[in-house]
Design a protein around this ligand. Structure first.
Ligand code: TRP
Length: 344
């Protein structure tokens, strides 16, 4: 082993999350992730990045990748992340992620990755034609998290399995290299009002950037007219709103719209029903449209303003990358020493 036992992680709670720069962000991302990032930054050390290394696991136009990164960054800033408080950066600017991912590729077992449902979903029937990167995607994700020894990861429900894998990798690394507690076992933060926002066209599937129907989602960049129109056209049923949340069961569209209202207003679904019970969607939808426009409209406007000055966004990302590296580099140096690399 090493001359000096590496110190177990004993630092404060540390939050980390990232979003891939592929496609537009929507209401589901906003309520499920971005709002949480902005809140968490005031509670503890927070690292938020744009996952442009991950973007390469599927084909992405090289002419668009950089502007996609700037667009996600603009969304972070427009939804309240403050670069003076949180560390905001692009993954490709911190080489320590990829270097740690190599070590983790040698820690993770094929059997573990074979169980990953996101790979199966994305690869579909053509597993043999998928990139190797798509397969080891969750290993890079583990490196993203553990290179900062992050303890809490705000993500959607669909990322829970990747967080379990991250813990398995951390545990096996700590065990195999006799470095007890070197990596913390990070937890997913998936709860919260915006945890599951469904499509506006079908209350049984998640709101998603890959849905071919643009009317199924409210994009962060939609203007007020588009937002209002999408809410007006959202699928609903013919019943009035009930008095109790339990009575929304079996009415996925109604449940979703009440949930969206609640999340946007910072209320519980029950509080929304207390106000609207007995009313039909003819009355409820215009109120929801007004609320959605008042919350989402300014975000789109602010994103457009920020994107008009890409040099300023790049400056913020550059400063963030420097701060990120200052944390990641010593962790990676310890790892190199722990595994016995010549350069360690
Ligand atoms: N896989 C995540 C998603 O699709 C994005 C991501 C990459 C991420 N690395 C991460 C999220 C590290 C949290 C932590 O949403």
């Amino acid at each position: 082993m090493t001359d000096q036992a590496p110190a177990p992680y004993a630092g404060p709670k540390r939050v980390l999350s990232g979003v891939q720069p592929t496609g537009d962000l929507h209401l589901g991302n906003y309520l499920g992730a971005l709002v949480k990032f902005a809140r968490l930054q005031h509670e503890t050390q927070t690292f938020i990045f744009v996952a442009d290394l991950h973007a390469l696991t599927e084909w992405v136009d090289p002419k668009k990748l950089k502007s996609n990164v700037r667009e996600i960054t603009a969304a972070y800033l427009a939804t309240g992340l403050d670069p003076k408080v949180a560390t905001i950066f692009a993954q490709s600017a911190v080489p320590e992620h990829a270097e740690l991912a190599w070590v983790f590729n040698c820690v993770a077992r094929l059997g573990w990755l074979d169980r990953m449902t996101q790979f199966k979903d994305k690869a579909g029937k053509h597993k043999e034609r998928s990139s190797v990167g798509l397969y080891t995607y969750p290993v890079l994700q583990a490196a993203d998290i553990l290179v900062y020894r992050a303890t809490h990861v705000p993500v959607g429900e669909d990322q829970r399995q990747h967080l379990e894998l991250t813990r398995d990798i951390a545990q096996k690394f700590n065990h195999d290299f006799e470095a007890p507690g070197f990596f913390p076992l990070p937890e997913a933060l998936t709860q919260g009002p915006g945890a599951r926002i469904m499509s506006l066209r079908d209350g049984s599937v998640k709101m998603s950037k890959s849905d071919p129907s643009d009317a199924s989602r409210i994009n962060l960049t939609d203007d007020a007219d588009a937002i209002a129109q999408k809410v007006r056209k959202a699928r609903t049923d013919a019943d009035v709103l009930p008095e109790k949340v339990d009575d929304l069961a079996g009415r996925p569209e109604a449940q979703n719209l009440v949930g969206v209202y609640a999340a946007l207003a910072g209320k519980t679904s029950q509080e929304v029903l207390d106000e609207y019970a007995g009313q039909g969607f003819g009355a409820f939808k215009p109120k929801l449209a007004d609320l959605a426009v008042s919350v989402m409209g300014p975000i789109g406007g602010e994103m457009r303003r920020l994107l008009a000055d890409p040099a300023e966004i790049d400056r913020i990302l550059g400063a963030g990358a420097e701060r990120a590296r200052a944390v990641a580099a010593p962790v990676l140096a310890d790892v190199k020493r722990i595994v016995g690399y010549w350069a360690g």
